[in-house]
Design a protein around this ligand. Sequence first.
Ligand code: ATP
Ligand code: MG
Length: 573
Amino acid sequence: MRWSKTYIPTLREVPSEAELISHQLLLRAGFIRKLAAGVYIYLPLMQRVIKKFSDIVRDEMDKSGALEITMPVLHPAEIWQESNRYETAGKELMKLKDRHQHDLVLGPTHEEIVTFLLRGELRSYKQLPINLYQIQVKFRDEIRPRFGLMRGREFIMKDAYTFDADDESFAIAYKKMVDAYFAIFKKAGLDTKKVESDTGAMGGKAAHEFMLIVDTAGGEEVILFCDKCDYAANVEKATFRETNLPETDSEMKATEDVATPNAGTIEEVTDFLKIKAHRLVKTLIYLADGKPVAAMVRGDRELNMTKLTNQVGAVELELAPAEVVEEVTGCPVGYAGPIGMAQEIPLIVDNEVTRIKNFVVGANKNEVHTINVNLDRDFKATKIGDIINAPVGEQCPNCDGILHAKKGIEVGNTFMLGTKYSESLNATFTDTDGNEKPFLMGSYGIGITRTPQAAIERFHDEKGIQWPKNIAPFLVEIIPLNYAKDEHKEAAERLYNELTSNGIDCLLDDRTERAGVKFNDADLIGVPIQLIIGDKSLQQGKIEVKNRQTGEKSLFDINNMTEEVTKLLGQIN
Ligand code: ATP
Ligand code: MG
């Protein structure tokens, strides 16, 4: 491709709307433009990246035996009502009506549709197992569409669905997908980690996420790793063993209300009362599907909304607004506690709180705390369980190793759905014993548009993108310093024709721009190999080569370019 014949609108300024470096680079390097919040236009370079990544995905999915199909984006609401997700998928569903006032949904995922398909078609165990996949646009009314392609309202996903007759066959199907995912991300130049995750609104038995570890702001997910065994889990899911038991008292003391003027935060209260943070137990008020619930965790711990959602069996959980907190507690925000709330609401207490005697809680009175509080003696819990983020430094749930945390981007996931959808949608087959059974299902997603941006978040420098070769828009960029000059033009054209005819994807910068502009643009768009044509090297019969991933420069013999470039391509990521 020639620069003059394609459309690469690079920008010099850093777009102010983009927070993440990867988002800034996609805009600056002319890969995407925004149409609306979370809705993007993919320009020619992005289109090439999407195609290259999709081809890798397709290739590995096909190799694993999965069959490509295309399901509609437009779904009748009825099928979503039947599975009950019209309600439970909540506000993320993009809903619309047709001219006859029929309710429709723009597909956010396709478990319902694929189950609808097979329940009418597959009748016998003899037709199983089957794995169907598609690469297609998805719509989700994300609460916070942001970070460019990372969290769009319209995005492209590869989604696959397996149907099996028994656990053994399902285990094989699941492993095949996990293996395919490792192969896909490896080919794309991305070293991903498989971590345990919460099954969330998707339902089912177990789930894993494929994470690209990054140390930039793009790492939205926190992952806990064991330093000894291979335990790795998303913080939403990660558990731990309580080994560092906190200091506490041996005898219960009498409760007492203490005025804590001007002390609202954990730090202010613990300073004022001269206690350690773990002895101050926070009471947090949430709305679980619109109904208030209280949750109690140690002052030095973070509440885990996913775990709390699971404990109360809710679909949606949000922090209660101030008015609700005031109504429930009968006092201003900041002094909620389990004793004497204005309203009686469910109280979920974290496991760790049960280990402390004589802790401090809010008194449900303005600027007052109650000290020497004890669970069961002074108040009762509706439920006791793990509702905190596994703390770094605590022990691994599986061995005596220690947990540490890293940030990552979820690029794909795999769900063991079990019979959740086949039961709710009544999709059964006749098994070997003649009995009707619901299919065992799995569902598997990869973010086709998120993954390339994640790759940029991982591979970039101050000048621009450093694409891994297999998802780069081009493998080689040819940069004649002065295209108006015959020798440069001639050498550039010859090189372009030679490499292209040998199947090496080239971009030729045939603009009559200044060399500096071309260099900056080349570094910005991040094609892995730059071939620079200038007087000095040409006179020696050489072409200057720059490896964009490492910055290393060398000289290749002009008569041996295909071989040299192929060799270098074999050496880089
Ligand atoms: P997240 O926790 O990030 O919201 P999810 O659990 O909703 O992801 P899935 O429904 O399983 O994700 O989607 C499969 C894959 O699609 C994800 O691993 C991710 O790569 C991608 N993906 C999900 N939501 C978005 C989005 N809003 N924009 C772009 N890609 C997305
Ligand atoms: Mg989501």
